[in-house]
Design a protein around this ligand. Sequence first.
Ligand code: MLT
Length: 250
Amino acid sequence: MRIDVVFAPQSVAPADVAGRTVVVVDVLRATTCIAVALANGAKAVLPAASSDEALRIAQNLERDAVVLAGERKSLRIPGFAMGNSPGEFTAEAVAGKTLVMTTSNGTQALIAAQGAREVLAGAAVNFGAVAARARAALADHGQVLVLCGGGDGEFALEDAFAAGRIAKALLPEGGLKAVEVNDAAVASLELARRYGERWARALKASSHGRELAALGLQADLEACATQDSHPVLPVYADRRITAYRAPGEG
Ligand code: MLT
């Protein structure tokens, strides 16, 4: 059994994700917004690498059914209907819609994970659902990779903490002795030990959290720190993220 953590999408190659279940985390704020949007009835979220690519994808979809969302430098992209604040992704705004989304790091991490056996989008808001699925995957094929959105190729505290929370939830009974892990997983587990369940503390301590607070986006921090508020399982396959529904769920 093997659990690895990678701190930024720039550090993974296609060979690193092949054959594995990959959990992408960008707690502030892309994977949080994706979970909130799907929980509120969005049909799908289509990650795009750039705003030009998002526009191209949107042009091929029915105009009334598509919403452009995303940020650069934490602010809504000019001309896009929505930014990257969880509070924007209400049922009124997204139910039945296909969202085309591009963000600085989170959507880049999702795109980097394409080609994995399975790609999940995880955050605090859907922590339990994602941890349960990843645990089942680890038992099934013995390989889980947690890929952090990070910050422009660098380590981001909030994502490493989230990765540690997920890794901790996956540890078998024998703990670290019963599983192979890389050093990033060990460091992430240390962060999980330090902050425990206090997501808000970890998020506020991070440089991105402080940047969002300075922009007056404290409400985003609170929403992103609320564990299991949106218990949905976002699965990324064939370039679309959709909410997993068990057979028979409709
Ligand atoms: C990202 O993808 O880097 C984030 O979602 C940035 C943000 O907080 O908007």
